[in-house]
Design a protein around this ligand. Structure first.
Ligand code: SF4
Length: 70
């Protein structure tokens, strides 16, 4: 059994790299959104560390997202 993560992380999104695939929104819609052009918008820059945020980074096809552990 793994211990629950209780810290926060900082999300960095490079909109020049984003290709608008939307995987991040699918992974965690509380943290990520897309603008009218489909580019990522980070709604919560320092979200609670969690599986959704990490899945978003892992599944982004362009490598536009980075997490910095808080
Ligand atoms: S998953 Fe990556 S490429 Fe797709 S919208 Fe999110 S940041 Fe952009």
């Amino acid at each position: 059994m793994s211990a629950p993560r209780t810290g926060t992380v900082r999300v960095l999104a490079d909109r020049d790299v984003c290709v608008g695939a939307g995987n991040c929104v699918f992974a965690d819609e509380a943290v990520f959104d897309q603008d009218d052009d489909g580019l990522v918008v980070v709604l919560v820059e320092e979200p609670p560390d969690g599986d959704g945020v990490r899945r978003a980074v892992q599944t982004c096809p362009s490598g536009a997202l980075r997490l910095i552990d808080g």
